[in-house]
Design a protein around this ligand. Structure first.
Ligand code: GLU
Length: 314
């Protein structure tokens, strides 16, 4: 059965950008007569708080977007994430890492690579063959090894998950963006599964949760698109089915930057939820609903428009 989800991180209230992803995932689920779930991604306990989660749920409910099951909270899921990490360790696909940020920067600098402020910091692989006497701080995925052994071991899984790896580049299909590609070892390297501060990394948590919740379709903001190849690799490594992916357009602030909480995006003004929803629908390229349509009718109108635009048969 089609299962979609919206997975906000409760670091603050919903803003105009997150409403676009929420509405799109809800419309896609309704257009497919499927289930729609809310997952509270509060894995980063220092940055998240319970009142923001409650506020987001209330904001979504005011917009007529209500989860078909009680929301799952990542803060309750540590045991499942540990099982997944153990399964990767048992296959030699994860390893402990003792590097501090400074160690990583020094190793990168020694190779003539400097870390860009907002860029990824591809891990130079220092602890891949052992900790060199350092204590384990974090756990990483063996990206290089997994991808370079790909043709012999994983062709079938990739076919099932409809992606392809050729010369270390992973090719995948996005329902809106079309063919996408990333050389994962080069772009992100051996990425984190568990962070040095003990927190579970987003990549591992999201893959385990999507699978446990039976998510068939991930619909989320385009800023997350470049995480997809890492998630496809983890799904394959854990023997989990891969969902389909659709990444939605981003809402830009006046200066062209993506609207985000970090960027100081204002909370949604839900004095009139329909006004906020119309703006979100506009970003998705959907037409305005008939004048004076009540909220439920506007949502039903957009389900039809979504089907026509994103081509999903009921
Ligand atoms: N929690 C993530 C965010 O708020 C979204 C994760 C996802 O949809 O995969 O950016």
């Amino acid at each position: 059965m089609y299962t979609g989800r919206f997975a906000p991180s409760p670091t603050g209230p919903l803003h105009a950008g997150s409403l676009v992803a929420a509405l799109a995932s809800w419309l896609d689920a309704r257009a497919a007569n499927g289930r729609w779930l809310i997952r509270i991604e509060d894995v980063d306990t220092a940055r998240c708080n319970a009142s923001a989660a409650e506020r987001i749920l209330a904001q979504l409910a005011a917009c007529g977007l209500v989860s078909d099951a009680p929301p799952l909270r990542q803060s309750t899921r540590g045991a499942r994430y540990q099982q997944a990490l153990d399964a990767l360790l048992a296959q030699g696909l994860a390893y402990p890492c003792g590097c501090t940020r400074r160690d990583i920067d020094a190793a990168l600098a020694a190779r003539g690579l400097t870390h860009q402020r907002h860029g990824e910091r591809p891990y130079p692989g220092t602890c891949r063959e052992g900790l060199h006497g350092k204590p384990a701080r974090a756990w990483r995925f063996q990206t290089e090894r997994y991808v370079s052994n790909w043709p012999e071991t994983h062709e079938q899984q990739a076919r099932a998950a409809s992606f392809l790896i050729e010369q270390a580049t992973l090719h995948w299909h996005d329902r809106r963006l079309g063919c996408q590609q990333q050389n994962v070892p080069q772009a992100v390297g051996d990425f984190l599964l568990r962070r040095a501060d003990g927190l579970w990394a987003y990549q591992l948590a999201v893959v385990v949760d999507d699978a446990d919740q039976g998510v068939t379709d991930v619909v989320r903001g385009e800023d997350l698109a470049d995480n997809t190849p890492r998630q496809l690799l983890l799904q394959a490594a854990l023997g989990l089915p891969a969902p389909r992916y659709l990444h939605t357009p981003l809402v830009r602030a006046a200066d062209g930057e993506k609207l985000s909480k970090q960027h100081g995006a204002p909370a949604l003004d839900l004095g009139d939820p329909l006004v906020a929803l119309c703006a979100a629908a506009g970003v998705l390229g959907l037409p305005a609903p008939p004048a004076a349509a009540p909220l439920a009718d506007a949502l039903a109108f957009w389900v039809g428009a979504w089907r026509a635009t994103y081509n999903r048969a009921p």
